[in-house]
Write a protein that binds this ligand. Structure first.
Ligand code: GLN
Length: 293
């Protein structure tokens, strides 16, 4: 709601708006992008109300809530990601629990999910399929696929104990705990065969980590750092995938900027063929689709 319309609002509404305005000014001083939106999201989190309802008549505000709100504002100024402050992240229209130490889902990864659903429809439907999600994080890819593909069973792996704990919690929250399984493993599980492997592995080259946004540096390095050229885990996944895929299975992988030529080189001699590359909204080649035959 634009601030200039505050003239004929009730006392309570003015209170909400003035709180938002003070927080917005603080954020602007600290160069936090989308200052007003950040303030709205944090206030709606504290009040347990949707953003649109922040301006309603019946908002109850007390000293304690105001204190908590400004505590979060202060933390946000220290570049702690909004999602860690609210404990939630949106992905593919679903809400996922996240916390410090767990990678925050990114919008570009929604393309990976879309393409996986497309591949299921075109090549497997109505067959029941098994999917492996390597480096599952909070379980956003695995759980979204479990929700969107009825006849599916998904195993998610992650080396982080905290990720596995949160992914399980998310699977219960989304009611797919019987269709999903989360195991603490680096990359591949002990054994198993899958129709599709999906993954958003760490792919940022080590030397570029220092240039990342301050917020990203608050996330677990282990989920982002892809070694010297960014391809450390990508290579391991490309090398291991054939063992875990059924014939005619697919590997769908998110990659870093300008990594496609190196990746083409990697699979040259393999039975894993790069059949399609999808770009993200910024026009970077972002999702690689491989077929195993
Ligand atoms: N896309 C992520 C970022 O913005 C990196 C994720 C990854 O390495 N898989 O930092």
């Amino acid at each position: 709601m634009p601030l200039q319309h505050s003239a004929n609002l009730s006392k309570k509404e003015i209170k909400t708006i003035s709180l938002l305005k003070v927080a917005t000014d603080i954020f602007k001083k600290h160069n936090i992008e989308d200052a007003y939106l950040n303030a709205e999201i944090l206030l709606s989190h504290i009040l347990g109300k949707e953003r649109e309802k922040l301006y309603a008549e019946d908002i109850e505000m007390d000293r304690k809530k105001i204190g908590l709100f400004f505590k979060l504002v202060k933390k946000r100024c220290r570049r702690i990601p909004l999602q860690y402050l609210t404990g939630k992240a949106n992905f593919f229209g679903y809400s996922f629990f996240v916390e410090n130490g767990v990678f925050i889902p990114r919008p570009e990864t929604e393309i990976l999910v879309e393409k996986t659903i497309e591949i299921y429809k075109n090549f497997f439907y109505p067959q029941k399929i098994k999917i492996l999600d390597i480096g599952t994080g909070c379980g956003n890819i695995a759980i979204t696929l479990a929700k969107e593909i009825e006849n599916s069973y998904i195993i998610g792996t992650d080396i982080s104990k905290k990720s596995i704990k949160i992914a399980k919690k998310n699977s219960i929250y989304h009611n797919v705990e019987k269709k999903t399984e989360f195991i603490r493993k680096n990359l591949f599980p002990e054994e198993g065969k899958f129709h599709i492997i999906v993954t958003n592995p760490p792919y940022i080259p080590k030397s570029e980590i220092k240039n990342l946004q301050q917020e990203v540096k608050k996330e677990p390095l282990i989920a982002i750092d892809g070694g010297v050229d960014g391809l450390k885990y990508i290579r391991e996944i490309l090398n291991g995938a054939e063992k875990y895929l059924y014939k005619n299975g697919f590997l769908i992988m998110e990659i870093g900027e300008n990594q496609t030529s190196l990746i083409k080189e990697e699979v040259k001699e393999k039975n894993l063929k790069l059949i399609k590359i999808e770009k993200d909204l910024q026009n970077f080649e972002r999702i690689c689709i491989f077929k195993y035959n």
